[in-house]
Design a protein around this ligand. Sequence first.
Ligand code: ATP
Ligand code: MG
Length: 253
Amino acid sequence: MKDVRATPLCEMRDMQKAFGGIRAVDHVSLELYPGEVHGVLGHNGAGKSVLMKMLSGAYRRDGGQIFVEGQEAQIDNPRDARKYNIETIYQTLALADNLDAASNLFLGREITSSMGFVNDPMMEAETRKIMSRLNPNFRRYHTPVAGLSGGQRQSVAIARAVYFNAKILIMDEPTAALGVAETQMVAELIGELKRQGIGIFLIDHDIHQVKLLCDRASVMKNGRLVGTVNVADVTEDDLLGMIILGKMPDQAR
Ligand SMILES: Nc1ncnc2c1ncn2[C@@H]1O[C@H](COP(=O)(O)OP(=O)(O)OP(=O)(O)O)[C@@H](O)[C@H]1O
Ligand SMILES: [Mg+2]
């Protein structure tokens, strides 16, 4: 597919990763544009998470290149990825259950005073500021996040990414563990991030959700890229066909 839009926010070219004999990601290329929600679909084991983990620096790639805003990026570990404003919201939410929202938001990147003490009031004020924008109904600032609902936890994780200036956000099944109302809340959050020009790779097994939220979708099967489509140009059945048959819609008919 040819794109006539501006420079991609992020481009992965010819990405490869094998584990033993298994080609988990086999020569995959994808682009992400500012304000784009790009669905990444495929069966269990298709290679979606491994591809995203190479972008987030959690796995080292065997081959391929990553470009951020047109410049080749050196991403060999998660710290490198953060330098390029790439943040991940994991499949299993990586929050510290015993800490409150602010402590989670700043975990590992605490605000400290000139004396080196952690500045809790400042962190709480910053957390309130960003949460009031992302999830205005959130009130539970002094509760360990273990006591929050799945949707509330998800909003803390998203606030954390946004606060640290995520430009490229990887969401690996953000609504997998959520109920209907909470899924709706995450959908609204994604809309808000999109309006801010953040590009999102969204791994999601729910085709209906993909149709609602994504601009484009890429389907993977057995480590390979089946293809990338504009979501508005295809039906849910077309997407299912790509996932199951591993063929583009016009080939499948
Ligand atoms: N650390 C690892 N060591 C060995 N094999 C791995 C490792 N991580 C992933 N794999 C393998 O790589 C392949 C792709 O896995 P991946 O996690 O990317 O799938 P996925 O598309 O995210 O699936 P799911 O929808 O189930 O999350 C699978 O065959 C998996 O078993
Ligand atoms: Mg996965």
